[in-house]
Design a binder for this molecule. Sequence first.
Ligand code: IFM
Length: 437
Amino acid sequence: MLKRSDFPADFVFGVATAAYQIEGSSFGGAGASHWDTFAATPGNVADGTDGSVACDHYHRWQEDLDLIRDGNFDAYRFSTSWARVMPDGVMLNPEGLDFYDRLVDGMLARGLDPVLTLYHWDLPSDLAVQGGWTNRDIAARFADYARAVMARLGDRVAMTATLNEPWCIAWLSHFLGIHAPGLRDIRAAAHAMHHTLLAHTTAMQALRADGHGNLGIVLNFETAHPATRSAVDMAAAARQDAIYNRWFLEALTGAGYPAPAMEGLAPHLPMGWQDDMAAIAAPIDWIGINHYTRALYRATAGAWPAGETVTGPLPKTQIGWEIRPEGLYEFLLRIKAQAPGVPVYVTENGMAWDDRVDGGRVDDRDRQDYIRDHMAAAHRAIDAGVDLRGFFQWSLLDNYEWSQGYGPRFGIVHVDYDTQKRTPKGSYLMLKDALSR
Ligand code: IFM
């Protein structure tokens, strides 16, 4: 395992979470988000659960921040819940902002850098019924929310991301129907693919005008390999790569939308989308990469994008995700080539396993190997010239894994959901040792 001293002196080691996955959405005057209502709809979540209590972080945040400090981490990547801060998407809930105010002060008191994500998927339901991400108006609403949060926290956060994983917000949620709002509609998806970027840039310009800095965005990347060397499978993988890995990065860096994705999406984009592209390419201060796995694609007959995944041969995590650390190295180099001069952070990386507590310990050897190999890949990328500034583990705690419920455990700290007892796993102890000064 590499140590802190193997990385540049100011390299940031952190852990990441997201509001809906840990806080408990029923506490503190929060409004309903589209995740509350999606989860309340039978059949949407594997175990029928929701985030109403989750890890009860809303009440246990001090204990959770102590864990981060005691693990020798430097930073905590957290998100504010739009539905907590603005229960109807517009009016402020002072109790919600007070919570995040205490949380940020709690980080600073423990010597942790607060790394804020403004949107990690808890869209207020009142905005969702107005079309949510399919409605252009979302950009102005999101900018208002971003300004309100930053007016309160902006003097103390070290870095701020507008959105977490726009591919999930747009494609997974509006085309694949797996996340809230659960649509399977190409026109809704195309609108969301554009409006996420518009919301990002509208919020960023508003925050810059208010004097805030160190603003970025967090993108997820997943290697798309062809299942065979046949021309049709290679084309299917290329389409997937364009939709998933190229769309956001290339638009943000002024290259426009990639042709293999435009083949299917162009007719469904909102009218006048071209006029937004210059604004979408406004400079950002950093890019976050979330990376977990790769997938194999084969061509199918039928409607665009005419591809589907097949099971690959590599070792897999609890939820069937192939483990391939080279993918992280490759994407870091791709970002360097596509966005030269923009600092990069690994804002999420980790794996799910069905961890059990045994004699007060959790022996998560597979996760320890995963972390070791991915941190080594990040280190190789630094050696290859990538301006990589930090690495955040997903996640501090076992938590609500969206439509997969509480089954998959991604934490470096085990959570017993009946008692809310936290038990640091072997991976936490390994990192604590590697990061000691
Ligand atoms: O749990 C999610 C997180 O909310 C976003 N990135 C991927 C993680 C694992 O699926």
